[in-house]
Design a protein around this ligand. Sequence first.
Ligand code: HEM
Length: 355
Amino acid sequence: MNSFRLIATFLCCIAVVFGVLPLCSNAQLDPAFYSKTCPNLNSIVREIVRNFTKIEPRMPAILIRLHFHDCFVQGCDASILLNNTATIVSELQALPNINSIRGLQVVNRIKTDVEKACPNTVSCADILALAARISSVLSKGPGWIVPLGRRDSLTANRTLANQNLPAPFFNLSQLKSSFAAQGLNTVDLVALSGAHTFGRARCSLFVDRLYNFSNTGEPDPTLDTTYLKQLQNECPQNGPGNNRVNFDPTTPDTLDKNFYNNLQVKKGLLQSDQELFSTPNADTTSIVNNFANNQSAFFESFKKAMIKMGNIGVLTGKKGEIRKQCNFVNKKSSELDLAALVSTESFDGDMVSSI
Ligand code: HEM
């Protein structure tokens, strides 16, 4: 061991002794974390996600996004799942989440079945990470080994959700800073944006590109004209902003490299997507080209970036807790009638209402 590592290890040991481990921030997750305590965990998660996907093909996209929106706000700690209470200001009402986040009833259903099989053992944060991986595989995307052992937060942070989650009108440098703030680099940014190869987005989030881009009174010049007409059809000017449009017009429910091929022909749905390819002299253009030509390269980078994202700010050991019900911290949920809480989500007409 060289002297630098020796000193670093020594300092970390001191930090552990004095209880300031977060400064070392090298909490260890382990793919075998539940192998003895909840051996059927993977199959429980897989079966429930699979069943919901049969009814709502968009479900895998919804669940991958849920993990992303969890991890970018005080780490992957299931803080996004917490409802408003006297002590919690829910992240679900933050701008990037409101009327947008779905899939909570699926997570609750998984949690209920997991609690039956292995009570008080598996965190909601780990369920989100596992559901994201299974969602990728069910959509013909790559699988990866999910490091486990996250614990659930005792808090949520709406302000941080508004601050940390990137917006669809971000330019490339804003996107890069948003990801860098989470320890993710430019390749991670391009690879993770590839999740916009499936799922839908509401018209209101990109309609300015179709009619009045940056207050020019003209459409965004980086939009293909045929695609522009198609989008104008789906999203009429002053029409209902809540109409949903496929991210990928070619294979809307498959996790594949088409997102990058779409960017090459100016068919990125969000401004933030197209920025990755169309920003002049950007280092991201060649990464897009590489992924567009080589699905294995995309999959390899996507897997790495998903694992990296899943490690952000995790709580381990004695930090946080294993929630009994994902929408409430334990202290609160013990005071409430759990049965009445199982489905607290409001749905759009296009969503499954129950299973
Ligand atoms: C790079 C910055 C990103 C921006 C600006 C962004 C923005 C958005 C927006 C505005 C929507 C539509 C929401 C709605 O219609 O209510 C969306 C949907 C989606 N995002 Fe992102 N996102 C980004 C990165 C990511 C990442 C890193 C992932 C996952 C790894 C992801 C996965 C998804 C998925 C799968 C959907 C579709 C969800 C559905 O059908 O409900 N996004 N994103």
